[in-house]
Design a protein around this ligand. Structure first.
Ligand code: BG6
Length: 507
């Protein structure tokens, strides 16, 4: 959503600078923005961490991490040093006011060297339990006193249920105005997710069809091959519902279902998204089993490699009932979407990494073709978010030959045909935050509504610990119950490309 405005001098403060996210995503994003000439002319990154380190050691670690994780690699040591000269490391103990005194002196010194009071962008890449302490210390020392210049980015998870999110919003509001708070959901920074808006509202031919009169159902899949890796102990307290559904999948859903915004103003877009979250039907505890399926991966094999089950992962309790897979359906009670099921699923250790949206159109009203309706594939529009980045339109066409029989075909727009190098989500989002554009970040009401949607489910699962947790073999598409969820309404999870469709169906 960014434009080319020159950004004022900025100090970026990264709390948790030695952590995984900073290593893999944040510093590579700063580096790539720097190479693209998108960083402010004057900027300083102050990396904060508990460990003792020198500027040189920290910069050399950043260099190693860029080699591993950045889309643009370091081409010359001299060029890297130019970027690295903008980074300083400061040991910081979040609980100690004294650490924040030192930070304040550092900020003042940088302002002095810039010759003006710079913007301040606080990035909290730390465990959620530290957010309030940091925010309080920022307030005590008046570090973010200018609402026009100072911003804070907060990583997910934003709370762990509705009431904790409300409390966090309230506590943050004691230090920051809402317009200063940037709650990040990195899915919103993905090119193909942003393209949903462009596709829906930059064309005239799809929007008239984009409603209950023409659309039969919608599917959203975010499947991962990875397991919980070394995040077992974090994941134990989260599970797929909190980790993925409440944020990433629900945000994608809002992009698919929202009404057309009147403008690209941040609040206009965020209002339309909040409307969708409000329209999602709240289900009762008794209905949870009917609307949701949860699963946990067992051992299995992915691409010929044996992988352990969730219970064998480090940091996971031997009897854990944390879900690593969720499939569920949503209904939106509004004019556009009444009675159209939105099926969503996400899981770890699935057959392949794949995030996609399938818009399935109504079947033909009357089939004129001799073989009847059963061999007809419904028209589908498929938006592949990652790793494939494309849009596919599937329709029936005449099979070449003397007889009049049909077969499915698809037209493909491949995102990579426009550009082979697309920015990473964090680059887009950091640039937006540097420029003060909150469009792709979540407002307090959006986060709270999203939690509200899952509250009953969270509670029902907590009260009914083991009965409905299905095991699924790693390397598949989740438990059979996830297929039954759709089959009950005559639906099935659709492939994200025609290439995977069974030859029988293609004939
Ligand atoms: C994170 C979740 O928000 O998103 C992780 O905490 C998940 O569990 C990750 O693996 C997926 O992101 P991406 O961009 O790799 O699809």
């Amino acid at each position: 959503m960014n434009n080319l405005d020159t950004i004022k001098p900025t100090i970026i403060l990264v709390f948790g600078a030695t952590g995984d996210l900073a290593k893999r995503k944040l510093f590579p994003a700063f580096y790539n923005l720097y190479l693209d000439g998108r960083m402010p002319e004057k900027f300083e990154i102050v990396a904060l961490g508990r460990a003792k380190s020198s500027d040189d050691t920290f910069r050399s670690n950043v260099s190693t991490n860029l080699t591993a994780f950045s889309r643009n690699k370091i081409t010359s040591e001299k060029a890297y040093q130019k970027f690295a000269s903008h980074i300083t490391y400061l040991q910081n103990d979040i609980d100690q006011e004294e650490s924040f005194q030192i930070l304040k002196s550092k900020l003042d010194a940088i302002d002095l060297s810039f010759g003006e009071r710079a913007n301040r962008l606080f990035y909290l890449s730390i465990a959620p339990s530290f957010i309030v302490t940091i925010s309080n210390n920022i307030k005590k020392l008046d570090l973010a006193a200018n609402p026009e210049q100072d911003r804070i980015i907060i990583e997910k998870p934003f709370g762990y249920n509705k009431s904790s999110a409300e409390l966090l919003n309230k506590l943050l509001s004691e230090t920051f105005k809402e317009k200063q708070i940037y709650r990040i959901d990195h899915y919103l920074g993905k090119e193909t997710v942003q393209n949903i808006l462009a596709f829906r509202f930059g064309n005239s031919m799809f929007e008239p069809l984009w409603n209950r009169n023409f659309i039969d159902s919608v599917q959203i899949t975010v499947a991962e091959e990875v397991g919980v890796e070394d995040r077992g102990s974090f994941y134990e307290g989260a599970g797929a519902l909190r980790d993925m559904i409440q944020n990433h999948l629900m945000q994608i859903l809002t992009m698919v279902a929202m009404e057309a915004p009147n403008s690209l103003q941040a609040d206009e877009i965020r209002n339309r998204k909040a409307d969708v979250l409000k329209a999602i039907r709240r289900i009762t505890a008794e209905e949870v089993k009917h609307y949701t399926v949860r699963g946990q991966y067992d051992k299995g094999s992915i691409k010929d490699k044996q992988v352990p089950g969730y219970l064998q992962e480090k940091g996971v309790g031997a009897n854990s009932n944390t879900e690593t897979f969720v499939a569920m359906k949503f209904y939106l009670d509004n004019w556009r979407w009444q009675d159209v099921p939105f099926y969503v699923r996400t899981g770890k250790r699935m057959k392949e990494k794949q995030s996609s949206i399938v818009i399935q159109f109504n079947p033909v009203t009357h089939s004129t073709f001799s073989f009847g309706k059963e061999n007809m594939m419904p028209n589908r529009l498929i938006i592949n978010i990652q790793p494939a980045m494309d849009i596919r339109l599937q329709f029936m066409t005449k099979k070449p030959g003397l007889s009049l029989s049909l077969k499915p075909a698809e037209m493909v727009f491949d995102y990579f045909s426009c550009s082979t190098q697309s920015p990473e989500a964090y680059e887009t989002l950091l640039l937006d935050a540097l420029q003060g554009d909150p469009t792709l970040f979540m407002r307090s009401d959006q986060v709270e509504e999203a939690w509200d949607v899952v509250t009953t489910i969270q509670e029902a699962w907590e009260n009914d610990k083991f009965s409905s947790l299905y095991k699924y073999e790693a390397g598949g598409w989740g438990p059979e119950a996830a297929n039954e969820l759709l089959a009950r309404q005559g639906h099935a999870w659709a492939s994200n490309t025609l290439n995977d469709v069974e030859p029988e169906e293609k004939k």
